[in-house]
Design a binder for this molecule. Structure first.
Ligand code: FAD
Length: 419
């Protein structure tokens, strides 16, 4: 048994665990992070790196449901449901449908908006204060529409978010779009620029955060799988791991999509399923986009970085912890890029990757005390926005653990809303 007098043990060292550690350490607590990695499958590793307050509307809507039914048997579709025996998938899908009602979507939008806005501001502070070199670029994201209909559909969403939460975007059509982003093909109808968005290189952010934490005395234990938690009544006492048991006063569960498995061991049901996504990182094409482009009809993102690298990422596969690197899904990223970009990809591939997003049925994360344990805080279920919501989540976790005044309204992120 580890005898260190640790205040907080964090299970999972992805973006959520690291940001939680950062703000907890700032409160003066001693913190240990335990991770089974370095884990290349961690969603924080090779995602698209968007910090995107633009994404305040959850995926839940009837259009997504209709499209996903049409796409169900198309292996290269942006959204794929793999039918399974596991009833949890169908329970989750039913909840997704229930959360697609107008009132629910509005509620989720408010939840996402405040966490996204808070996180963007906190990133700017953190990156400056700690001098983290993660290629932060604050010049927006283009939502590129091949077809006029898509452009106009998006305009409806923008009118709605503008009225409700003041979130708007600037239109670029025809020549104006060409001037704004010459890497795009001439036959794209138009694009909406969300000036509020930013992007960064996620692996550099993770490395920079780890370095900062280590320099501040946070302990990171790697290659260490947490297999269970022991408790006495409502109090967690130890984490049991492949490197022995560790005790602490408080615990944070931030294991991404895998949190479900550990939660189950201690009798907690988290309504989270994995949402598999892919990316290809390569040397930038000669004519690379200057800012990230979301190819709206295909739901694929092209993210450029100033160090000469470039990533195509996206796709959503619901259907368990499938561990194959599916070439059809990877090729779908490239074929989408061919439709929108003059020089869509290069052959100088640096990494082909998949990762599991942790998907809640309403698109909103769970950041809450465990209903069964006084000293366990849950922070997972960040869907497609864990990078974008990392700092706000970390700060909220530290406030919950330290019982301080909360910087945002936490009721949106309760586990009970999903039961
Ligand atoms: C293709 C793709 C593109 C994306 N693009 C974006 C984007 O542009 N912007 C954005 O905001 N978000 C994006 N996301 C989503 C984002 O990557 C995730 O929401 C985020 O990384 C989740 O972070 P996390 O810390 O919760 O989980 P993870 O990064 O998965 O980290 C969890 C960690 O916990 C560890 N762990 C789990 N269980 C245990 C255990 N029992 N014992 C020890 N360790 C354990 C794992 O090894 C892992 O390191 C994307 C995701 C994908 C797949």
């Amino acid at each position: 048994m580890e005898k260190d007098n640790v205040d907080v043990i964090i299970i999972g060292g992805g973006i959520i665990g690291l940001c939680s550690a950062y703000y907890l350490q700032k409160e003066g607590l001693s913190v240990t992070i335990i991770d089974k990695g370095p884990d290349e499958r961690a969603a924080s590793h090779a995602n698209c790196g968007l910090v995107s307050p633009s994404h305040a509307l959850p995926l839940n809507n009837l259009k997504t449901i209709r499209k996903s039914l049409l796409w169900m048997f198309q292996p290269d579709s942006p959204f794929l449901i793999r039918p399974q025996l596991d009833p949890r998938l169908y329970q989750w899908l039913l909840r997704f449908v229930i959360n697609s009602r107008r009132q629910k979507v509005h509620h989720s939008m408010l939840a996402l908006n405040q966490l996204l806005i808070s996180s963007k501001a906190l990133y700017q502070e953190l990156i400056k204060e700690e001098n983290i070199q993660c290629q932060w670029q604050n010049d927006g994201i283009l939502f590129v529409c091949k077809k006029e209909k898509t452009f106009l559909d998006l305009q409806k969403d923008i009118r709605y978010t503008q009225e409700e939460i003041g979130l708007s975007a600037v239109p670029y059509v025809g020549e104006l779009l060409q001037e704004k982003e010459p890497a795009l093909k001439d036959d794209n109808y138009g694009a909406w620029l969300y000036e509020i968005d930013a992007h960064l290189k996620p692996d550099l952010l993770i490395d920079g955060l780890k370095e900062t934490l280590l320099s501040r005395g946070v302990k990171i234990i790697s290659d260490c799988l947490v297999t269970s938690l022991t408790n006495s009544g409502q109090v967690i006492q130890n984490v049991v791991t492949t490197k022995g048991s560790f005790s602490a006063t408080q615990f944070v569960l931030s294991g991404g999509a895998l949190s479900v498995q550990l939660a189950k061991v201690i009798g907690l049901r988290l309504p989270i399923i994995p949402g598999k996504g892919y990316s290809i990182t390569m040397k930038s094409p000669g004519l690379s986009p200057k800012i990230p482009c979301i190819m709206q009809e295909r739901k694929v993102v092209a993210t450029p970085w100033k160090n000469g690298t470039y990533r195509l990422g996206g796709t959503m596969g619901l259907g368990g912890f499938n561990t194959t690197l599916n070439k059809t899904r990877l090729n779908a990223l490239k074929s989408a890029a061919v439709d929108y970009l003059k020089e869509p990809f290069t052959d100088q591939v640096i990494e082909e990757w998949y990762g599991w997003r942790s998907m809640t049925p309403d698109g909103v994360p769970i950041i809450d005390r465990s209903p069964k344990h006084k000293n366990l805080t849950i922070a997972c279920g960040h869907n497609m926005l864990g990078i974008s919501m990392g700092t706000g989540t970390g700060k909220l976790v530290s406030e919950i653990v330290c019982e301080k005044e909360l910087h945002i309204d936490s009721h949106f992120y309760s586990l009970s809303r999903l039961n």
